[in-house]
Design a protein around this ligand. Structure first.
Ligand SMILES: [Zn+2]
Length: 83
């Protein structure tokens, strides 16, 4: 049982280290809770799709689409969606 757990942890650590190295070339973006503005996570510029977050401050569960958090020039129509 212990051996199994160690193997899983070693594989998870290896994958985490690979992910960290790959992410060095990407830009980090702050993701904030849509209700209270608390910083809930960081996303890298290659992230795609939807994900679910739970705010540690106000406990709100939100579904966010990475497409709305790309770094780009803001215009008046986009300010509402980008924080
Ligand atoms: Zn919140």
């Amino acid at each position: 049982m212990t051996h199994y757990t160690q193997t899983v942890n070693e594989l998870a650590r290896y994958r985490a280290e690979l992910s960290r190295q790959e992410a060095q070339e990407y830009v980090e973006r702050e993701l904030k809770c849509p209700e209270c503005g608390y910083l809930v996570a960081y996303a890298f510029s290659d992230a795609k799709g939807h994900f679910k977050i739970k705010c540690k401050k106000c406990k709100t569960v939100s579904v966010l689409n990475f497409a709305y958090f790309y770094r780009r020039k803001r215009n008046r129509n986009q300010i509402f969606f980008m924080r």
